[in-house]
Design a protein around this ligand. Structure first.
Ligand code: ZN
Length: 229
């Protein structure tokens, strides 16, 4: 098991003895407690009704929070011979890189008729990739600096240019690679799924911002006045 929370979401890191239903994640309230789905449910599903509008016909854990029945008679629709049988390792964990995870997800979306792969790509882009890019860009600008010899941290680079404690070299804690990690993937998605001008432009603006932060090597050199004459 990892030592820190985050990153490995599949690992149970916090265990508790008493579960108070009022304190768990809200998604858990959507678990239905019925033993069979009523005919009306299938009729509404056929019409493509909004799930919110037909929530009343199927009781969920959320409906029981106030009552006494919360732990009792929680039904299920599909039986199993052994509750421990199941997928022990998700594909999400098995796939090595973020790119392959996205590719597999989109591949699946392409196969499933009711799922629009373009819509999935758009969501992945706007809720994961864009946020990651922008977040890391901000993290880079607000980052701390670290002495590579003694590990002291600094909010600003000391004026001396070296560690004030031991004279060691100061290094970044957030690197260029961390920001650009998903830029290529994001660009490919926008291109492949033809996401329209909004996403295209937004990504281009982020890319411009990254490029303005990291000038090419020859641009970093302080020019001579004579260069402009
Ligand atoms: Zn130091």
């Amino acid at each position: 098991l990892p030592r820190k929370i985050g990153g490995l979401m599949d690992a149970p890191l916090l265990l508790t003895l008493t579960v108070n239903p009022n304190e768990v994640a809200r998604q858990a309230y959507n678990i239905e407690t019925v033993e069979r789905l009523p005919l009306e449910f299938f009729h509404e599903a056929e019409k493509g009704s909004d799930p919110k509008n037909i929530a009343r016909i199927i009781e969920t854990i959320g409906d029981r929070l106030e009552g006494e029945k919360i732990y009792l008679q929680v039904g299920f629709t599909h039986d199993t011979s052994n509750i421990n049988v199941g997928n022990l390792e998700s594909v999400y964990k098995r796939l090595p890189s973020m790119l392959s995870k996205i590719e597999e997800q989109l591949h699946l979306a392409n196969l499933v008729e009711t799922v629009g792969a373009g819509e999935v790509a758009k969501k992945v882009l706007s809720t994961h990739l864009m946020r990651d890019l922008v977040g890391n860009l901000k993290a880079f600008a607000c980052q701390q600096f670290r002495c590579s010899r003694c590990g002291s941290k600094f909010r600003r680079i000391p004026l001396k240019g070296v560690c004030t404690r031991c004279g060691g070299k100061i290094s970044l804690t957030v690197h260029r690679g961390a920001i650009e990690k998903y830029l290529g993937v994001a660009e490919r998605l926008v291109e492949k799924y033809n996401m329209g001008p909004y996403h295209e432009q937004r990504l281009r603006l982020i890319a411009d911002e990254i490029n303005s932060l990291f000038k090419e090597k020859h641009m970093q050199k302080q020019p001579n006045l004579i260069d402009f004459m």
